[in-house]
Design a protein around this ligand. Structure first.
Ligand code: C2E
Ligand code: MG
Ligand code: MG
Length: 588
């Protein structure tokens, strides 16, 4: 316990400090002795936080009179070290010291960290007054320790213990609670990071302090199960519920608290508080792990828009994976944008015109090979990247690489229409169309050689803005295709208002179509309606000749799928084109 208190004081092996040195100088002056020190008794050594008149930082604990002061927590006076069998051979005596007096350095809860000591070259006794003065100097040194301790451990706005103290106390649980005891930690976030940012911009930092102080008042008054409340970050508070707290009861209590807070909100800027709860076992989890679990639980609460969320390892695995994907893909993209060949590349899948049997186009598809993890599927990383600012740079890179390839093919006599997939966020970029037109010009490509594939859901995000971008692209002569048709809202009225030339029927409708009469009817209707609205129809995911036969009968215009080719690297694509036999198109 004593050593714990010493470690918690964070004093061992710290650099010299003026506040302590002044006290040491005062002690030497008072006793008219050459040596004085504030000495801390560690398990093996006696370490000097401050010293005058002595050249060493530490001496072995054995034979050090200060160690006895620390153990007995009492003032010790040795009038002559050479007269005392215990200290005759001590390093202090070897340094020419004879007289020793030391007062205990006591923490408020009674632990002794070491001694405030003075040493002289001549034997002597001390008076009552000197003993009292030495005790006062020891108390002064301890006041410094506690002050230092409080600074950096208490939040200035709320006056609550801070993150450092939370970490220390979680570690400390291991020393005074049974190992393996199950406990519940709680993290209360008074605002989402976005709200925090906009509140700060709109109202200033002082206003945020107000939210925080109000939140603390409500937390302290309103939670029966809260132990010590800690202030971890500007809008984050944590506590560890008392032993034996029932998780369900706690959850109900927290949900009620959130409801009361929402009802009592008087601020002009209302923030939504979210709470994460993480169960842990005392001594079986590091403070870093516990904090991570808590943040993961709060993140879940924000994402799922529910008040209180229990930490779930499954959801957490998803978060970790997402985090990894965004980081690693960002790095791959940086490399690719800097012109490095490697993790990112495009592959191309042919599209075949069913009337003539000719390959008339190709779809560019992104591939990512991670240096350690290998191939990551776009179906996994694209939806994640789409939710980040990286999507803009991703589409830029894909478009640039696709146009470059298209220009090369055209120069080699291969005339194709190349499709590129674009995301919802791209359609909301004000300069998207301008950048595309500029790219086409730079590569010497006619606008009609490029098609953009857009999913219906991409259009729903901000239909007005998205539609404006589409109209601009259409006016510039770029072709547009609705991708994955049938999986989204599929509002035909809406489809009618879009300037798209092509509809791509999703592969889920195409798969096994020859065995499924309902699907057949559905696809036939989709094709008919699309034709009526003036669109060309492409079927994706065509894997067998049987499927192709059905599509032909339904009057589908183009097909794409493994039946013809998998997505191919540029060289393989060119080879495929040259070697391709027209008979591969199955007769109707
Ligand atoms: P998508 O645009 O619908 O692309 C068609 C997907 O079907 C591709 O998957 C393709 O490899 C796969 N496919 C083609 N033929 C067959 C077949 O016969 N059978 C089966 N089972 N699958 C077939 P991929 O390349 O894994 O891409 C998945 C999705 O990721 C794409 O769906 C697209 O939404 C997205 N994506 C891929 N590259 C990009 C890109 O550069 N930008 C954006 N925004 N999205 C991309
Ligand atoms: Mg596509
Ligand atoms: Mg598709």
């Amino acid at each position: 316990m004593r050593l714990d208190a010493l470690r918690r004081s964070n004093l061992l092996d710290t650099p010299p400090d003026d506040a302590f040195d002044r006290i040491t100088r005062m002690a030497a002056e008072l006793f008219k002795v050459p040596v004085a020190a504030i000495s801390l008794t560690d398990s093996q050594r006696q370490w000097f936080k401050s010293r005058v008149g002595i050249g060493v930082d530490a001496i072995p604990r054995l034979q050090a009179p200060c160690a006895r002061v620390a153990e007995e927590a009492r003032l010790l006076v040795v009038p002559d070290l050479l007269d005392d069998a215990a200290y005759r051979a001590s390093p202090l005596a070897a340094l020419g010291m004879r007289f020793y007096a030391g007062a205990p350095l006591l923490t408020r809860d009674g632990h002794c960290l070491g001694a405030m000591c003075v040493l002289g070259r001549a034997p002597r006794a001390i008076t009552e007054g000197e003993a009292a003065a030495l005790r006062d100097l020891a108390a002064l040194a301890m006041a410094q320790v506690e002050l230092r301790h409080a600074v950096g451990r208490v939040d200035a706005v709320s006056g609550l213990p801070n993150r450092t103290q939370f970490i220390d106390d979680v570690r400390g649980l291991g020393t005074h609670r049974p190992r393996g005891e199950g406990r519940l930690a709680v993290l209360v976030s008074l605002a989402s990071p976005e709200q925090f940012g906009s509140a700060e911009r709109a109202m200033g930092a002082g206003y945020l302090d107000e939210i925080v102080v109000q939140g603390v008042r409500m937390l302290e008054a309103g939670l029966r199960h809260a132990g010590t409340l800690y202030h971890l970050a500007p809008t984050e508070f944590a506590f560890v519920a008392p032993p034996g707290t029932d998780a369900v009861e706690l959850r109900v209590e927290l949900e009620n608290w959130l409801r009361r807070r929402a009802a009592a909100a008087t601020s002009r800027f209302v923030t939504t508080a979210r709470i994460g709860v993480a169960p842990f076992r005392v001594g079986a989890v590091t403070d870093a792990e516990l904090l991570r679990d808590l943040h993961s639980a709060v993140q879940q609460a924000h994402d799922q828009d529910c008040g209180v969320s229990m930490f779930s390892p499954e959801r957490d695995a998803v978060y970790r994976r997402t985090f990894w994907l965004v980081n690693e893909f960002g790095a791959a993209l940086d490399g690719a944008a800097a012109g490095r060949k490697g993790p990112l590349r495009l592959v191309f899948q042919p599209k075949v015109d069913l009337a003539s049997g000719a390959c008339i186009g190709a779809e560019a598809l992104l591939r990512w090979t991670h240096p350690q993890a290998g191939e990551v599927a776009p179906a996994e990383f694209i939806p994640v990247i789409e939710r980040t600012a990286l999507m803009r740079a991703t589409t830029n890179w894909v478009l640039e690489a696709a146009m470059h390839q298209l220009a090369q093919w055209r120069a080699g006599g291969i005339a194709l229409e190349l499709s590129v997939n674009v995301s919802a966020a791209n359609l909301l970029e004000p300069d998207f169309c301008v950048r595309i037109v500029d790219g086409l010009q730079r590569h010497g490509l006619p606008p009609s050689s490029l098609a953009l594939e857009i999913t219906e859901s991409a259009l729903m995000l901000n239909p007005r803005l998205a539609l404006a971008t589409l109209r601009a692209l259409d006016a510039a002569g770029v072709r547009l295709a609705i991708d994955d048709f049938g999986t989204g809202y599929s509002s035909l009225a809406y489809l009618q208002s879009l300037p798209a030339q092509v509809v791509k029927i999703d592969r889920s409708f195409v798969r096994d179509i020859e065995q499924d009469e309902r699907k057949r009817a559905l696809v036939a209707t989709m094709i008919k309606l699309s034709h009526d609205l003036g669109h060309r129809v492409v079927a994706e995911g065509v894997e067998t000749a049987d499927v192709l036969g059905v599509l032909r009968n339904a009057d589908c215009d183009e097909a794409q799928g493994y039946l013809y080719a998998r997505p191919l690297a540029p060289e393989a694509f060119a080879d495929w084109l040259v070697r391709r036999e027209p008979e591969i198109v199955a007769p109707a």
